[in-house]
Ligand binder design. Structure first.
Ligand code: KG4
Ligand code: ZN
Length: 364
C-alpha cells in the first residue's frame, strides 16, 4: 500500500508529556520515508515526581499552558508560517489516556483544523507506539506481526494481521507493567518514573553478584492464555520489603530487590511473547514498543527468543520514539490515512476516550 506525500502536524497530550511534531511522510506503509521537520516535547515528570504518579488535573493545566508554546516552536523549527503552515492534516491522540489531558490536545487540534480548513485525524496512542518502529530504518515492516506493547497504562499482545487489522490476544488483568515498575520504585523510595530507576539499580546488583537470593513469583506464567497480571508481583515486593526488615538506606538490598522485580516482570513478558509466537505460527515481525521497551534487560531477553525463531525479525523504536512523543502519533495517522480508515470519511467531532482500545472497529 502506497500513500502520497503528506505533511502532518501531530499533537500528543494523553499523559504527562506535551508534544508536537511536524512530519513529512511519503511512500509505502511498510517502509515510509519519514522526515521530522519540527519536534518539541515538554515532560511534566518533575511536577508529578512529588506525588509518585500523574495527577490528571495538574497534567491538563500544564498541557494548556505549554501546548501553544510547543506549537509555535515546532512551526518555527520547520520554517513554517505560524498563521498558515503548509500542512495536509492535523493528527491528535484521542485515547487511551487521561481524559482531561486528552481534551486539551483535541480542542487545540479541532480549533486549528477549523482555522486552517484541514482535516483532523484522531489517533490511538497505542497504535502510535506500535508504529513508532517505522522510523529510523530502511527495512520494510513485514506482516503479519505480533506486537508486545508495554507502557505505563498498557500491557498487551496484539496480533497485527495487516495494517488496519488488529486483534488483542493477551493483556494485563490488573496493573500495566510500567505501572508495576513505578509502584515498586515508589516502595523502594525511588522517584517517578520508576522504570529507569529500577533498571539502573538492577544493573548494579547484576554487576555485584551473579545470583540474586531474593526470589519473586512469576504471575500467570503457567496460565494457558496470553494474559498478564502484575499487581500480585507488586504485593510480593511489599511483603519482601516488610519481612526482610532491612533499612531504607540499605542500598544493596534496594539494588537486589529492583533486580528481583525486573527479572520476574521481564521473564513473564518474554515467556508470554514466546508462547504467542509459537501459537500464531505465521509471524514475520515482532514489534516491542511503549515506554517499557526502553528497558535494557527486556531488549536483551527478547533478542534471545527472537534467535529461536529464524524467520522473525525484531523491531523496536529508536530511543527518541520509545516513551511518549508526537512523532509516533503523526506516523500512526499516516498509516490510518493509507488504509483509508472509514472513520476519516465523515469528519465528526472527536471525543476523548480514556479507555480506547486498539481495534479496527474503534478506528485504530
Ligand atoms: O509509553 P510511556 O512513555 O507512557 C505511557 O503511554 O504510559 O511509558 C511510560 C512508562 C512508565 O511506567 C515508565 O516507568 C516506563 O514506561 N519506563 C521504563 C523504562 N523507561 C520508561 N520501564 C522500565 N525500564 C525502563 N528503562
Ligand atoms: Zn505511551
Amino acid at each position: 500500500m502506497i500513500s502520497s506525500l503528506m505533511r502532518i502536524l501531530a499533537i500528543e497530550t494523553s499523559c504527562d508529556e506535551t508534544a508536537v511534531a511536524l512530519l513529512e511522510i511519503n511512500g509505502a506503509l511498510e517502509k515510509p520515508d519519514i522526515k521530522i521537520l519540527g519536534n518539541s516535547l515538554l515532560s511534566q515528570i518533575q511536577l508529578h515526581e512529588k506525588y509518585g504518579g500523574v495527577y490528571p488535573n495538574l497534567a491538563k493545566r500544564e498541557h494548556e499552558k505549554n501546548l501553544p508554546i510547543l506549537l509555535e516552536q515546532t512551526l518555527e523549527e520547520a520554517g513554517e508560517d505560524k498563521e498558515s503552515p503548509n500542512i495536509d492534516c492535523i493528527a491528535v491522540t484521542a485515547g487511551p489516556g487521561l481524559e482531561p489531558a486528552l481534551w486539551v490536545g483535541i480542542t487545540v487540534a479541532e480549533t486549528l483544523g477549523k482555522k486552517w480548513n484541514k482535516p483532523v485525524i484522531p489517533v490511538n496512542h497505542m497504535a502510535g507506539h506500535m508504529f513508532s518502529v517505522l522510523y529510523g530504518t530502511y527495512e520494510a515492516l513485514v506482516m503479519p506481526a505480533l506486537a508486545l506493547l508495554v507502557s505505563g497504562g498498557h500491557t498487551e499482545l496484539v496480533y497485527v494481521k495487516d495494517f488496519g487489522d488488529y486483534e488483542i490476544i493477551g493483556k494485563t488483568r490488573d496493573d500495566a507493567v510500567g505501572e508495576a515498575f513505578d509502584k515498586t520504585a515508589r516502595m523502594l523510595g525511588l522517584p517517578y518514573p520508576g522504570g529507569p530507576q529500577i533498571s539502573r539499580l538492577a544493573q548494579l546488583s547484576r554487576e555485584r553478584k551473579e545470583e540474586d537470593e531474593i526470589k519473586l513469583p512469576r504471575p500467570m506464567i503457567h496460565s494457558k492464555d496470553l494474559d498478564f497480571s502484575f499487581s500480585g508481583l507488586k504485593t510480593a515486593v511489599l511483603y519482601k520489603i516488610k519481612s526482610e526488615n532491612r533499612s531504607d538506606s540499605d542500598s544493596e538490598f534496594k539494588e537486589d530487590m529492583a533486580r528481583a522485580f525486573e527479572d520476574a516482570a521481564i521473564e513473564v513478558l518474554v515467556e508470554k511473547t514466546r508462547r504467542a509466537l509459537e501459537k500464531l505460527d505465521n509471524i514475520k515481525t515482532l514489534i516491542v514498543a511503549g515506554g517499557v521497551a526502553a528497558n535494557l534487560h527486556l531488549s536483551q531477553e527478547i533478542k534471545k527468543i527472537v534467535n529461536e525463531f529464524p524467520d522473525i525479525s525484531l523491531r523496536m523504536p529508536t530511543k527518541l520514539l520509545t516513551t511518549d512523543n508526537a512523532i509516533m502519533i503523526g506516523i500512526a495517522a499516516f498509516i490510518k490515512i493509507g488504509i483509508g480508515s472509514e472513520i476519516l470519511k465523515n469528519q465528526i467531532a472527536i471525543k476523548a476516550r480514556g479507555n480506547l482500545s486498539i481495534s479496527p472497529v474503534q478506528g485504530l
